[in-house]
Every structure is written in structure tokens, then in C-alpha cells.
Design a protein around this ligand. Structure first.
Ligand SMILES: N[C@@H](CCC(=O)N[C@@H](CS)C(=O)NCC(=O)O)C(=O)O
Length: 217
């Protein structure tokens, strides 16, 4: 029998969704275990992730945190369609996109714009206009970079899905739920075209935390 695969994550977490997209694209049978990283975490969970974040993947006795390591592991460890390009240039571009998203997109696009213009108002929590504005300003450079990449045609084509698409899609999904985010994306024509293709994929629909339930935290 194959070793069981478990993904410990929070349903609203973009990083958890990145890992789920890779698992679904590879058609890896897995169970999800709900962990809210913003609540108090058990000692057992902190043994899995000493930094107290999500997600964590376990595959039998093997334990792994850090999303970009998880998705690469999933791609390499399981059969199914390859989620990483073959040429050195395209692979490097994919790696660059993932690193740039972590360093320059997650905080402004998700934790500032999406959190304060969409997520917090949705849950009736206090939000800050200053955070939204600062996030929009800080998102400009990374959106421009991602637009160039989408136009180049190596990755972020929206057709041959790679780990770069998996990494960006959950963040873009939250970003454009804010009207301000949608407006910030639209002048970036190649990136918008990428999003138009990716946003309608089944894997996005089935992992949408707001689609299947009346959301509660
Ligand atoms: N570098 C980590 C980042 C993971 C991360 O920041 N996850 C967020 C949820 S999307 C989290 O756990 N946040 C909890 C916190 O900030 O305390 C990775 O790539 O897995």
C-alpha cells in the first residue's frame, strides 16, 4: 500500500491552496487536516512546523514544510504530468517567479490589499485603508514583472500549467476579489490574459474556500 499523504493547512491560506493545486494536478490521493495558524498551535503541530505556519505535507514518515519545497517534492515524488518545465531557461524563470512572489507579492497583494479590502470586511473585522493603499503601491513593481513574464511565454502562459501558476493563482484570486486589486491587474494585459485562463480552471473552483460554504473562520 502506498504511504498516506496528509496536507496540514488552513482553508483560507493561499500557501495551503498552492500545495493543494499541485496535489490535484498530480492526482495525488491525500487527506487534508485543518490547522488555523492564527490560533494557538499544539505542541504536536509545532514539531511539524517550528515556525507555526501552514502548510505541512507528510508522506508516510517524511515531513516537509515550505510551500515551494512541498510543490517541488509533489512534482518529483509522484507520477503524473510534469509541473516543471524542461528547459533550463524556463525552469529558471519558474523558480524566479516563485521566489519573487514569496518576496514581493504575498505581503502587499494578500496581507495588505486582499486582507484589508476583502477578507476582513467579509468577516466583519476592522480593516485599514492605509494598508490597502500601501499594498497597492507596493504591488506595482511585482505586477509589472509578472506581466513581462506572462508576455514572454516561458511560464505563466495559462496553458502548460507549472508550479509558477500554482504559486500565483491563489494570491491573484484573493487580490482581485478586492475591486482595487482587479483594477490594478487590468492594465497588465498579458497577466490579465493569464488570469482569464487560469481562473476558470476546475482546480481553482474546487479549492475555492468561499465557494462551498457560507464561510466562517
Ligand atoms: N514560507 C512559508 C510561508 C507560509 C505562510 O506564511 N503561511 C501563512 C498562511 S497563507 C501562515 O501560516 N500565516 C500564519 C502567520 O503569519 O502567523 C511557505 O512557503 O510555506
Amino acid at each position: 500500500m502506498a504511504d498516506p499523504v496528509h496536507l496540514h493547512g488552513y482553508r483560507y491560506s493561499v500557501y495551503n491552496r498552492v500545495a493543494r493545486l499541485a496535489l490535484l494536478l498530480k492526482k495525488v490521493e491525500h487527506q487534508t487536516i485543518e490547522v488555523n495558524p492564527f490560533a494557538e498551535l499544539s505542541e504536536a503541530y509545532l514539531m511539524l512546523h517550528p515556525f507555526g505556519r501552514v502548510p505541512v505535507l507528510t508522506h508516510g514518515a517524511f515531513k516537509l514544510f515550505e510551500t515551494s519545497a512541498i510543490t517541488r517534492y509533489v512534482d518529483r515524488a509522484f507520477k503524473g504530468r510534469a509541473l516543471q518545465p524542461e528547459t533550463a531557461a524556463a525552469l529558471a524563470r519558474m523558480d524566479q517567479v516563485i521566489a519573487a512572489i514569496d518576496a514581493y507579492a504575498y505581503w502587499p497583494m494578500v496581507r495588505q490589499v486582499a486582507s484589508h479590502a476583502f477578507f476582513r470586511p467579509y468577516f466583519g473585522e476592522q480593516s485599514s485603508r492605509e494598508e490597502v493603499d500601501a499594498g497597492l503601491e507596493a504591488s506595482k513593481t511585482v505586477l509589472a514583472f509578472l506581466d513581462v513574464v506572462a508576455g514572454e511565454g516561458e511560464v505563466l502562459t495559462g496553458r502548460d500549467i507549472t508550479l509558477a501558476d500554482c504559486h500565483l493563482a491563489p494570491m491573484m484570486d484573493y487580490f482581485v476579489r478586492a475591486e482595487e486589486g482587479k483594477a490594478a491587474l487590468s492594465p497588465h494585459l498579458a497577466l490579465q490574459r493569464w488570469w482569464d485562463r487560469v481562473s476558470v480552471l476546475d482546480i481553482l473552483r474546487v479549492t475555492d474556500p468561499f465557494a462551498t460554504q457560507t464561510a466562517s473562520k
